[in-house]
Design a protein around this ligand. Structure first.
Ligand code: MCU
Length: 408
């Protein structure tokens, strides 16, 4: 695997920190990651390579701090608080032929604990020494999977219910953290992914290689899959499918598309539809320029790990200019980390929502081959759109006022 694994990255960061002048080291120790920046106002996409104090990110140590800042801001404005691993997490696992059942119990040593179960479908091929790679599919599987990869369908909508705005605070997650927890449904789902991976790490009998985990989902679940990839470093490959607004799109660009006359989903509408975002986000949807981040930075939390997102120009509502523009901006973060080929984007327009035409298999399987199946020389440079965006102009310089630094 060519990508920097989290463990390697932390070693690298530690080594870099030792070699750096003490003022840089001090700043690393003192990385302050506020959850909001009052007074922020920027019409263009915010530069992901500027720290909250206004200084530029010039190396990997500073980028580690910037990542923390972005993660904190996203929770502060739109995602709500993502709780860390609770004191108690343990799995039980049972297998019957090609079907496995993983139950994870999580909670307090003395106090509330919750349990949730997921089904794993195993390949019929023999298990590699390190265990099978695993694809976690939010709700239902909507993409093809190559041989040799196990699939877990994740009952994320039980972890946090997503029927409509009345679903706020409902689901297993909220039985542990309370119905008033600020975590949005997508944040609760991401927490669940982390606990599932904890469980798999603690259940070697499940024979899953926790260094080779992918997460996918379509539409609302694609938004969720991207969030899980962003907040959980143990996800090696993130595959949001037709996630649309609130996923691999940027709030600012969706607003621009709408203001240009298209009918797209934008922040003002999304908060009236469901509980994918925290209640606090309601305070910003009419003032998007106050967000000191946008979803290019959310996606960039995944870097240098792998991500490929798919979009569909057949549906204006998905905000196709926004996803292309937003992922173009996000791509600079993989460039800065020296691995642009770890970030793919493919936007076509000739199929129903959440269907996966077979001609897209080439790019998808390339990402599976390289990042889950260990075929490290596979070419994964895929970045394209068929979008004409209904005549709405995409002028990159209007939105992206930075160039990628080289971070080493
Ligand atoms: C693209 O994801 C959503 C979209 O945000 C909603 O407005 C629409 O109602 O549903 C889409 C979806 O999840 O479709 C399955």
């Amino acid at each position: 695997m060519v990508s920097l694994k989290p463990a390697v990255l932390s070693l690298l960061l530690a080594a870099t920190a030792l070699a750096l002048p003490s003022n840089v080291h001090r700043r690393q120790l003192a990385c302050s990651a506020a959850s909001t920046i009052p007074g922020f106002n920027e019409a263009a996409l915010p530069d992901p390579f500027i720290l909250n104090d206004g200084t530029p990110v010039t190396n990997l140590v500073e980028w580690a701090c910037r990542r923390e800042q972005i993660a904190s801001l996203i929770q502060g404005y739109e995602a709500g608080y993502l709780p860390p691993r609770p004191p108690v997490v343990y799995p039980t696992f049972a297998r019957n032929g090609t079907t496995g059942n993983l139950t994870v119990t999580a909670g307090l040593a003395t106090g509330t604990q919750i349990s949730f179960s997921q089904t794993i479908t195993y390949p019929t091929t023999p298990a590699p020494l390190a265990g099978y790679p695993l694809l976690i599919a939010y709700d239902i599987l909507t993409i093809p999977v190559p041989d040799g990869i196990a699939v877990m369908t994740y009952a994320n909508s039980e972890m946090a219910v997503q029927n409509d705005v009345t679903s706020r605070g409902q689901g297993t997650f909220y039985e542990l953290y309370g119905a008033n927890a600020t975590a949005s449904a997508m944040t609760a789902w991401a927490w669940g992914v982390s606990r599932i991976i904890d469980g798999l790490e603690l259940a070697p009998e499940a024979r899953i290689n926790t260094n080779a985990i992918a997460v996918t989902g379509c539409s609302r679940d694609g938004k969720g899959a991207m969030m899980a990839g962003a907040f959980e470093d143990r996800v090696a490959l993130t595959i949001p499918q037709e996630s649309g607004s609130g996923g691999d799109t940027c709030w600012r660009l969706s607003k621009y598309e709408q203001d240009s006359g298209d009918v797209v989903q934008q922040a003002t509408e999304i908060i009236t539809e469901n509980v994918w975002f925290s209640e606090n986000f309601d305070n910003y949807v009419y003032n998007i320029s106050e967000l000191p981040y946008d979803h290019h930075s959310l996606a960039g939390l995944i870097a240098p790990r792998a991500m490929i997102s798919y979009e569909n120009t057949a549906y204006e509502w998905l905000s196709p200019l926004s996803s292309y523009g937003c992922m173009t901006a996000a791509h600079t973060i993989w460039e800065a980390l020296g691995v642009p080929e770890n970030h793919g984007f493919v936007e076509v327009g000739d199929h129903p929502h959440c269907e996966f035409p077979t001609y897209l298999n080439e790019s998808l399987f390339a990402f599976f081959d390289k990042f889950l199946l260990g075929e490290t020389t596979t070419n994964t440079s895929y970045f394209s759109t068929n979008g004409q965006f209904n005549g709405t102009a995409w002028v990159p310089s209007q939105w992206i006022g930075w160039t990628a630094p080289t971070l080493a």
